[in-house]
Design a binder for this molecule. Structure first.
Ligand code: C2O
Length: 610
């Protein structure tokens, strides 16, 4: 899509934008297993967690590493503004794009049945203040923006941290009903997620607006952070101010950044509602399912990197897998088949929310529940890295990793107060280019790109050995209950595909019609040909196809929600040497919140690469 945009009305620059990920440097050794040492002495400040409480994580130097850690490279890469200004003529394909209401005073409180709503200590009245009854103006990106560079939180300097703390403090000092106040900013998330708005603007007043579990996830949160960052900059009079990002995809950033936990009494970034078990030096679990697994530091890092590989490479081979379902006006966010989260949203994004939120609170406040997540400053820093994943994903493969091009996506819009307290309407089409939006990310290595999982058991003929023992999928009566581990034999559409065939289509395993209680945290792990050899299979093993996870969020009076997931298994089958097998054994493991979950369909299909 980007390639076809005109370069006209923007200042040209002599430098070209440096991608967050460059292919040439990374594919040197695709199968190299990443080795980390959790206790080795520091030899390079850039590569260690510079907080004495946390384990020292040392990474070996690789071409990718050395290329990415140099700050000067980053600065040289700046200024490469490109993009297009004129996107107004994009036609709407079919359907009506989602639009937040013009009339923000129609917002309703998220009062309905949160599982423990009487204990919803952050309150469910999430509507924004109404400063005037004027219609929101269409927002126009500044044509010559001041560049804001978002630093990796673990590398941030003391000066930067002081400034950031000062900005958040200023937000907290504003009167509560000011649209820029810490509380109002936090409420935005609740309003857009917990039923504050409906689809009246598009003619469906009886349907709620929901920005999770679909292709609205990345753009909505990008705009949310955009204004939040500009507001903070304005509060401290520094238009170059940029939010940090929580670099959880790099071993040096896999703990809660120290700046959020130091000096709790005076630190505006501190939030008492975080899980005490997960403060530094506890290492984040990208596959977190509500309980600590006891994995060693080294194992946890390997699991995290391979899990990131599954989410960013294997399972997000195309636009739909990465962005999620194509949610348009008229779709019911509770029941529709459009209600499918992209790989990163369902994976590391949900895991971090749940891992940070305080599990002792009735609703895992703050981060563990959508209604309260916006009250933790760490939320925005977590989402900055989620946003960075969007950019990296596009940089990984410019040919097949593209933003949605449908008018229904490009013209979807949300309403925010900008940094000047103007009510503005923003469109997905204006947020596809971060340089045009005036920000960039400090480079940090992405070791997960080389963390392709390795097989537990190769060529184990699992399907053949399971014949007569494991039920065939065609003999199963759906919907299938997932209150215990489910194993099924699933036929493949083709065997021994050639390289050319693999380049034309991905083999995907679909788990469809997952029906679940929307107010519980849920996680299901999916394995292919997992053999019972007494060794636990984790995300670091090829047999792990991926997982499906959901944060609880209330949605009016219905409790059940329907969704689905897809897993790319082309590489997986290569790695376990099962390409010649005409069936595979699929194992669904209910990790948490599954006693009432049912599955509607399990199938394997070839999906053309476009
Ligand atoms: Cu709107 Cu991390 O969620």
């Amino acid at each position: 899509m980007m390639a076809s945009l005109a370069l006209s009305s923007l200042p040209t620059s002599t430098t070209t934008k440096k991608p967050l990920f460059s292919k040439t440097s990374s594919h040197v050794k695709p199968f190299h297993r990443f080795k980390v040492s959790c206790n080795a002495p520091a030899d390079n400040n850039d590569k260690t967690v510079n907080n004495s409480d946390t384990p020292k994580l040392i990474l070996p130097k690789t071409p990718l590493e050395t290329q990415n850690v140099d700050r000067r490279n980053l600065l040289l890469g700046l200024g490469g503004l490109y993009g297009a200004a004129n996107l107004t003529t994009i036609p709407s394909a079919f359907g009506i794009p989602i639009a937040a209401p013009d009339n923000i005073s129609d917002c309703v409180a998220a009062t309905s049945n949160l599982r423990n709503s009487k204990d919803a200590i952050r309150g469910l009245a999430c509507c924004p203040p109404v400063l005037s009854t004027n219609k929101p103006m269409d927002y126009v990106l500044p044509s010559n923006p001041v560049i804001r560079v978002r630093p990796a939180a673990q590398k941030a300097t003391a000066d930067y941290i002081a400034k950031y703390q000062q900005a958040i403090q200023a937000m907290k000092d504003l009167p509560e009903d000011h649209p820029h106040s810490w509380k109002q900013q936090g409420k935005i998330h609740c309003a857009y997620c917990n039923g504050g708005y409906n689809q009246e603007q598009s003619g469906y007043p009886n349907l709620q607006l929901q920005i999770h579990n679909s292709w609205l996830f990345f753009p909505f949160h990008r705009w949310y952070l955009y204004f939040y960052e500009k507001i903070l900059g304005k509060l401290i009079n520094d238009p170059t101010f940029a939010l940090p990002y929580w670099n959880w995809d790099n071993p040096t950033g896999m703990v809660i950044p120290a700046m959020f936990e130091q000096n709790s009494k005076t630190n505006s970034l501190f939030d008492p509602l975080r899980d005490a078990k997960h403060l530094p030096p506890s290492i984040f679990d990208v596959e977190y399912a509500g309980a600590d697994t006891g994995a060693t530091c080294i194992d946890q890092i390997a699991i995290n990197l391979s899990s990131m590989y599954r989410q960013m490479v294997t399972n997000s081979t195309d636009t739909k897998r990465f962005f999620g379902g194509e949610f348009v006006a008229g779709n019911d966010p509770l029941a529709s088949e459009f209600n499918v989260a992209g790989t990163v949203e369902a994976g590391v994004h949900t895991a971090a929310h749940r891992w940070v939120g305080n599990s002792r609170m009735a609703n895992s406040e703050d981060m563990g529940n959508f209604y309260s997540a916006g009250y933790d400053p760490l939320f925005y820093v977590h989402h900055a890295n989620v946003d960075r994943m969007w950019q990296i994903w596009k940089d990984i493969d410019k040919k097949t990793h593209k933003d949605p091009t449908s008018g229904d996506w490009l013209n979807a819009s949300y309403v925010f107060y900008d940094e000047n307290e103007n009510l503005v309407r923003v469109y997905n089409r204006d947020c596809v280019d971060i340089n045009r939006m005036g920000y960039d990310y400090e480079r940090s290595a992405i070791p997960w790109i080389r963390s392709r999982p390795t097989a537990h058991a190769k060529g184990a003929n699992v399907a053949a050995k399971s014949a007569g023992i494991v039920q065939k999928v065609e003999d199963i009566v759906f919907p299938l209950k997932l209150n215990k581990i489910v194993k099924v034999l699933v036929k493949r559409p083709a065997t021994n595909r050639t390289k050319e065939e693999k380049e034309k289509a991905n083999e995907l395993l679909f788990v469809n019609g997952i029906t679940f209680d929307a107010e519980r945290f849920l996680k299901i792990d999916v394995f292919v040909n997992d053999v019972d050899d007494g060794i636990q299979t984790t995300a670091a093993d090829s047999e792990f196809a991926g997982s499906f996870a959901q944060l609880p969020h209330n949605h009016g009076d219905k409790m059940f929600m329907r969704s689905g997931a897809a897993f790319g298994i082309t590489e997986l089958l290569e790695d376990i040497e099962a390409e010649g097998d005409d069936s595979v054994v699929v194992t669904l493991v209910p990790r948490t919140g599954c006693d009432e979950v049912t599955i509607g369909e399990i199938k394997i299909q070839l999906v053309p690469i476009v």
